[in-house]
Design a protein around this ligand. Structure first.
Ligand SMILES: Cc1ncc(COP(=O)(O)O)c(C=O)c1O
Length: 394
């Protein structure tokens, strides 16, 4: 069998998340599923809200005619209009359905965006730690990934970013609330980022898109509302999904929203629509598009995640782990007690605890814990965390 060298290489360097996932399956077969504490995956165990299930049952029991047919590549006009109206109220900006393209999740949205805006060699800046799929999504479409560091609280470091912005920069990709750090960027920080992008555009007479990947936008804690990206930069585009908010990542439903103030926004939406088609997504799943129209104000119970965040933070910091308190999403990103995060993650396997090394997120020296899990898994992992750090304390 001959496969493309690029794919062969990528498969050989398989992601840490995938490796831990496979190791988890193996360990569960060996020791029993209830003896392994697998905190490596961001696959929420919550079921979708009751109203979502009811609406799906209603649609299937009494399907609108043609519900399962092809549709315009941007999605159902009614669904786009509902999302546009929702954003117009929420953001107090003139959003309409014409600014929305329905996609196969946030992952599909990002691929559509990068296919639409990148010429070969164009650079996209991402911030470490980052969602490990980003470099693939960028390189899928001929782009070049540049990685900027964040500060000790995982916030954007604009002084380090400044010299990285050049005539080659086509987009800056942010993710708040962040996977894996849980950091949320303030409106003031986003505004400073927007100012920097506008200065760079003026300097090079270029166009830089601020792409915001926001599948966790509604999952923020302590009453925090995730600041929107739109006021920060005119060329801003949001990629988001219902995967986490409605706990249905397997259903692949999300959308792109283009800032109404973006120059040539209708050309951009046309490009997204075309790319949705030619990348083979064709359109986002029909049944889900019917459902989400009425679920724009619905969310899983965020307090369920918040209480897990609280107890995890208290336990880990009590044991001596250095950890920035996650403000959103459902991950914690503690510092590894030893510089070699991969070695530490391997030590945790002695207690049948699976987490993901920070190296997989572009930030060696840390590790990611996913807390969208049952209490018994989190509680069962505590002994391993306690014993593992003890071994490294003087
Ligand atoms: C930061 C981030 N972006 C995108 C995705 C992909 O989400 P979706 O299921 O909507 O494609 C994930 C999934 O975990 C994520 O954590």
């Amino acid at each position: 069998m001959t496969i493309a060298a690029k794919v062969q290489k990528a498969m050989e360097g398989q992601s840490w998340i995938r490796q831990m996932f496979e190791l988890g399956i193996q360990m569960k077969q060996e020791h029993g599923a209830d003896k392994v504490f697998d905190l490596s995956l961001g696959n929420p165990i919550l079921e979708p809200p009751e109203s979502v299930i009811k609406e799906l049952q209603r649609l299937l029991a009494d399907p609108p005619p043609g519900m399962h047919r092809y549709m315009p590549n941007a999605g159902y006009p009614e669904t786009r209009a509902a999302i546009g109206a929702h954003l117009a109220t929420q953001m107090e900006q003139p959003f309409t359905g014409g600014h929305i393209v329905m996609t196969c999740g946030a992952g599909g949205a990002l691929n559509v965006i990068f296919e639409s805006i990148l010429d070969p060699g164009d650079e996209v800046i991402i911030f470490a730690p980052f969602f490990p799929e980003y470099p693939f999504y960028i390189e899928n479409h001929g782009g070049v990934t540049r990685i900027a560091p964040t500060d000790s609280a995982f916030q954007l470091d604009l002084d380090t970013l400044r010299p990285m912005l050049t005539a080659k920069t086509k987009a800056v990709l942010v993710n708040s609330p962040n996977n894996p750090s849980g950091a949320v960027y303030s409106a003031a920080l986003l505004e400073q980022l927007g100012t920097l992008l506008a200065e760079t555009e003026a300097k090079y007479d270029s166009a830089i898109y601020l792409v915001s990947d926001e599948p966790y936008a509604q999952i923020a804690y302590d009453g925090l509302v995730t600041p929107p990206i739109y006021p920060a930069h005119h060329r801003s585009v949001v990629a988001t999904s219902f995967s986490k908010t409605l706990a249905l990542p397997g259903e692949r439903i999300g959308y792109i929203a283009v800032n109404p103030g973006c120059p040539d926004s209708s050309t951009l939406v046309d490009a997204f629509t075309y790319c949705n088609r030619v990348l083979g997504f064709v359109n986002a799943p029909a049944l889900m598009q019917w459902m989400v129209r009425d679920a724009l104000d619905v969310s899983v119970d965020v307090s369920w995640y918040e209480s897990k965040r609280d107890s995890l933070y208290k336990e880990l910091t009590g044991m001596g782990y250095e950890l920035v308190k996650p403000e959103g999403a459902f991950y914690a990103f503690p510092k590894s007690p030893i510089p070699d995060d991969v070695a530490f993650v391997k030590e945790l396997l002695n207690w049948k605890v699976l987490v993901t090394p920070g190296a997989g997120f572009g930030s060696p020296g840390y590790f990611r814990i996913s807390f969208c899990l049952e209490d018994w898994v989190l509680e069962g992992a505590m002994e391993g965390f306690r014993e593992a750090i003890k071994a490294h304390k003087s």
